[in-house]
Ligand binder design. Structure first.
Ligand SMILES: Cc1cc2nc3c(=O)[nH]c(=O)nc-3n(C[C@H](O)[C@H](O)[C@H](O)COP(=O)(O)O)c2cc1C
Length: 371
């Protein structure tokens, strides 16, 4: 890894040696301080789920289909009544100033330029109000339940009044295994990288634990959200609510029956329960459980358009890109993120053409084998 004194400054052009979207992953190491890179790239615990996420895609080979007329082909989707020219969204990723001084403002600019739905994190390093003002494209807001319902409601109302079009509630990281990689690299959040949205809200601390109580159950988990909180949240807004971090078909069915707008099959890019299955391996079962017409989004481990094709074939309506957006941001700011999204889209369309799929609906019908 490159030492901090040799760090490269973000480029204001697209580097010549990027051929695939994933090339940004390697290149980014020159632009991000090593401890921060470890925090971004790392998973949780011993990184078993992190590794599984990417490896699992190779279990699903794509058998080419030939000689089909694809002249009318496109990668368009429609979600919540809105049309997008491709099914690639930007996942909520916290603290983007770690990668680039313009952080979330630049990823939003890139989303705006590429017809990409951007999901802004509760833990963004620019405020949700500042991000909302960038560009004209629709944005969604990712909500973490706060220590108090008043604070959660405040965040929700701020997102509503700033014009966000949907809420993504992330429920899989109430408690996380520490990332060994980040610990070993002695990562510490830089002083200028602050979760400004929630700065004034009360935070959970260990001070509430009594002698003899568990640091986990009575400590970290004491204010953890439950199904009752999700029920409550649904009564507080008319915005569609997606639940992010779902891996079990029974949870997916329950979320659907409660009236949520959709789910996001995700293991947080391997940053939550280490030992959870690869996200892609959960998709087919969840799609079967919720039926064909319920919105199912997917993330964790996507590094190419081929991966996106497979996720759609296994049941996703659209996918979210996590780390690749941060890597591209670090290398070339908004230009890098827009370029990375363009490459992913082209890689997806290339796979579609080779697999004889003219539309996203064709991919959903594609019979993906398991090797
Ligand atoms: C550095 C980093 C920060 C993240 N912050 C958030 C967050 O604030 N909220 C959230 O719901 N997910 C967060 N995620 C998870 C992503 O939304 C997404 O689920 C994951 O990155 C997808 O896996 P991938 O990185 O392999 O694409 C974060 C991921 C990373 C790598």
């Amino acid at each position: 890894m490159i030492e901090s004194q040799q760090l490269l400054q973000p480029l204001n052009y697209i580097p010549a040696d990027i051929y695939f979207a994933q090339d940004y992953e390697l290149l980014a190491q020159g632009f991000i301080p090593a401890p921060s890179y470890s925090y971004i790239a790392g998973g949780s615990g011993r990184d078993q789920t992190l590794a599984a996420n990417q490896a699992a895609f190779s279990k699903y080979p794509v058998v080419p289909r030939i000689l089909r007329d694809l002249i009318q082909g496109n990668a368009q989707i429609s979600l919540l009544g809105k049309n997008y020219s491709h099914p690639i969204f930007l996942a909520p990723v916290a603290y983007q100033k770690l990668a680039h001084p313009q952080g979330e403002l630049d990823t939003t600019r890139a989303a705006d330029a590429t017809d990409t739905c951007m999901i802004s994190s509760t833990l963004s390093s620019y405020s949700l109000e500042e991000i909302a003002k960038v560009g004209a494209a629709d944005k969604w807001f990712q909500l973490y339940f706060q220590f108090s319902r008043e604070a959660t409601l405040d965040l929700l109302k701020r997102a509503e009044s700033s014009g966000y079009k949907a809420i993504v509630v992330t429920i899989d990281t109430t408690i996380r295994s520490p990332s060994l990689g980040a610990l070993r690299a002695q990562f510490q959040m830089p002083a200028d990288c602050v979760a400004v949205n929630i700065q004034t809200y009360e935070q959970v601390t260990a001070k509430h634990i009594q002698h003899g109580q568990s640091r986990i159950f009575q400590g970290v988990m004491q204010e953890a959200p439950t199904w009752a909180d999700l029920e409550w949240l649904l009564t507080q807004t008319k915005l569609p609510i997606f639940v992010k971090g779902v891996l079990h078909p029974e949870d997916a069915e329950k979320i659907k029956s409660m009236g949520c707008a959709g789910i996001i099959v995700s293991n947080h890019g391997g940053r939550s329960l280490d030992g959870a299955p690869a996200s892609i391996d959960c998709l087919r079962e969840i799609r079967t459980a919720v039926g064909n017409n319920y919105p199912v989004l997917f993330d964790s481990g996507i590094r190419s358009g081929l991966d996106i094709f497979k996720a759609i074939a296994l049941g996703a309506d659209a996918v979210l890109i996590g780390r690749l957006q941060v890597y591209a941001l670090a290398v070339a700011g908004a230009l890098g993120v827009a370029h990375m999204l363009k490459l992913l889209r082209e890689e997806l369309e290339l796979t579609m053409a080779q697999a004889g799929c003219a539309t996203i609906a064709d991919i959903r019908k594609f019979n993906l084998r398991t090797a």
